[in-house]
Structure formats: C-alpha cells, structure tokens
Design a protein around this ligand. Structure first.
Ligand SMILES: *Cc1c(COP(=O)(O)O)cnc(C)c1O
Length: 389
C-alpha cells in the first residue's frame, strides 16, 4: 500500500515516511549536517549543478550543502505536497520567505507584474505595496482580476479566508479570470484539511507553516506547493537567497501534519460554538466568521471549503474596547499568530496590520481570535469576563 492510495487522514500520518521501515526506524531521523561528503570531485560538481539549478538529488546522491538540500525538510515537503494534491512543495524559513522566493522567481522570469486581491496578510500586503522585490502591483477586486492583467503579469495573489475579516473569495471564478497567469492562494487559514486550491484551478498554494501545519507555536516556517516545473524555478531562489527551513523545523512540521486533520476539525467545532455565542450577544458590532448567518453569501462553505475554519474575528465597535478586551483575557493569550493548540487573540489594526496603508487597514474595533483545543466553555467564560470589563 503506497501513501497515494490512502485517505487524506491516513496520508497525513504516513506521508514522507515510506522508507523508514527499511532504515529500521519508526520516526524520521533529524540530520543536522550543514555539509555532506563528496564521493569524487566530478560527482560533487554534478550534484552542485543539479541542486543549485532547482533539481532534486537521486537516491544516494550527495546533498552537497544544507542550503541546497536537506533530507528531513524534503520529507516534510513530500508530505505537504501529497496533502495539497501538488507534485512538489518547497519549504522555507518562514511564510514570508516562501512568498519572497515565489515573487523573485516571477521577477527572474521577466514577469514582475502582480495582481493582488485585498485583504491580504499584513506582511504580504506590505511587500507588494512597497515593490521591495522588484514587483509592480495592481490591487484588484476579486471580480476585477481579468481587467487588471497586463502583458508581463506573472502572478495573481489572493487569500481565502482573508485576514482578518474571514471573507471568502470564489477561487474557481477567480482562477478562471486569471487565464494563463498562475494564481497563488494563501491557504494558511484553511489548510488542506478544509480547502485544496489546486483542485479549484490555482497553480501555487502558500503556507505560513508557523500556523496550523506545525500547529504548536514552536516552529517558524513557510512553504509553497505547486508543479515540479514551478518548484524548479523557486528552489534556485531559495538556494541563493538562503531562507531555508531548519532541519529541526522540518522534523516538527512533518510531525505537525500527522495531527493536522484532527486538530483543525476540533478547533473548527469549537470556533463554531464560540462564534454562535458571540453572534447572540447584542453588545457587539459584528462577528466575522463564515459559519455565522449572512457571512457566506456566495455559499462557499460546503463547496469550495469543507468547513468555516478555526479563526474568527469580532468587531467591538471601537479601538478602546478592542484593546480593553485584548488586555483583559486570562487563559486566552494576547499574542499574534494563529493556528496553534492554544487560543490566541490579537488586535490587527494596532499590531499585525500596522504596515498596511490606511485605506486597506481593518476596522479599528476588530479583534481576531484563533481558537485552540481548550474546551469551548473555558474560552467562552474567559471572553465573557473580558467583555464585561
Ligand atoms: C503568518 C502569515 C503569513 C506569514 O508567515 P510567517 O511564517 O509569519 O512568515 C502569511 N500569510 C498568512 C495568512 C499568515 O497568517
């Protein structure tokens, strides 16, 4: 039985581990080597050329140097590619490093124009808005993508659910508009458990592995999943710019995938309970969550995305009230990031979306809550006492 024939949940547990029994191991070895012995000068040179050009080593071929290749990180990449339904995945030191390498690969291909749909993650918005990497951006609405495409457009960038409003974009319709231009979908919030953008017509899936995939708040990582042809354009950028994933992070991320389906579903169940409780209160402006009434007008939950996810936002009406609640929680941690086993809450306008221009900044009263694995009763009790302050 090969990993490809297994169900999604079984693949999450077994992918990237097919050779372990033959090695006499139960879990992947952690190889911290920064350099690898070269059998001969010729073999070393050939491997260097292959890897720096974006290729992958043959079994038994030297990996030369960790910045070119790391076997443990490659196990995680194989497993993630399988879950996203991609030929390949390329892992990085962070989600922003993954986006950076992807953008640079488009610039290197002579297609520096990017069409981007707001809202995006604050850092992604900032890197595109500043043009720091030599890209040129046109901001488009989801249904204005076709009109925004130019001759040298190399990428369309979109996030669904979006951060922090949890708005859903119809990805099938958007990919159809993009035509031949590759669409990159930031799938950090949904994870492949709930949404697989490549099946909807996208070409590249981006992850901040830091969030749900690794899932425990102890790994900084990023990845893209795409065709092997595209991966061959992105790996040389990783090799030369050096934003590689550390082997220990590769190990932890690979382990994180094993529990990803159960974590995401359990956290999602609790998020729905908390969202319903918030939506029933009359002292809040609005609950942003695709699972509450009116928040998914296009009916994308159940078609594009199998469930509403484990992140929600609540609009408390004012900056001051949002700040008071953020500072008033006890069990819930007031911290940025999301997707871990513990519930985190933060104020995007004040913190993560600080670099975003005013016209694209989220509402001043919005708090984003990433629901963890605690009991819904404890999360609700904590929010209730913080809201009463
Ligand atoms: C966190 C995040 C990123 C950036 O990832 P890092 O690992 O922090 O570099 C990108 N997109 C989304 C949606 C995120 O939540």
């Amino acid at each position: 039985m090969t990993a490809e024939n297994l169900s999604f949940d079984s693949r999450a547990v077994h992918a990237g581990r097919g050779d372990l029994a033959g090695l006499g191991l139960h879990v992947p070895p952690i190889d911290l080597s920064t350099t690898y012995p070269l059998p001969t000068v010729d073999e070393g040179g050939a491997a260097y050329e292959l890897l720096s050009g974006g290729g992958v080593p043959e079994p038994g071929q030297t990996a030369v140097y960790q910045r070119l290749w790391s076997p443990g990180v490659a196990r995680f990449e194989e497993a993630l590619a399988g879950l996203e339904g991609a030929e390949s995945a390329v892992a990085f030191a962070s989600g922003m490093a993954a986006l950076t390498a992807t953008l640079l690969s488009r610039v290197a291909a002579g297609r520096p124009h990017v069409v981007a749909v707001r809202p995006l993650y604050g850092g992604s918005d900032h890197i595109l808005a500043t043009g720091l990497l030599g890209t040129r951006v046109t901001w488009a609405t989801a249904d204005g993508v076709a009109d925004a495409i130019e001759e040298d457009t190399g990428l369309v960038v979109v996030e669904s659910p979006a951060n922090p409003t949890l708005d859903l974009v119809d990805l099938r319709a958007l990919c159809a508009q993009a035509g031949e231009v590759p669409v990159l979908v930031d799938n950090t919030f949904a994870t492949p458990v709930l949404q697989r953008p490549l099946e909807l017509g996208a070409s590249i899936v981006l992850h901040s592995v830091t969030k749900f995939l690794a899932g425990h708040g102890d790994v900084l990582g990023g990845a893209v999943a795409c065709s092997e042809e595209m991966a061959r354009q992105i790996r040389p950028v990783r090799a030369i710019t050096g934003a590689v994933m550390h082997p220990l992070s590769g190990y932890l991320s690979h382990r994180g995938l094993q529990t990803l389906p159960v974590r995401v579903r359990a956290q999602q169940d609790t998020a729905q309970v908390v969202a319903n409780w918030l939506a029933d209160r009359d002292d809040l402006e609005r609950v942003h969550y695709p699972g509450v009434e009116g928040a998914d007008p296009a009916g994308l939950v159940g078609t594009q995305m199998s469930g509403p996810g484990a992140v929600l936002s609540v609009d408390l009406g004012s900056f001051e009230r949002a700040a008071r609640v953020a500072e008033g929680v006890r069990m819930i941690v007031h911290a940025v990031s999301l997707g871990g086993v513990d519930t985190l809450l933060q104020h995007p306008a004040a913190v993560t979306h600080r670099p975003v221009t005013d016209d694209a900044k989220p509402g001043q009263g919005i708090l984003r809550i990433s629901i963890g694995l605690e009991s819904p009763e404890d999360i609700i009790a904590d929010l209730e006492q913080a809201l009463a302050r």
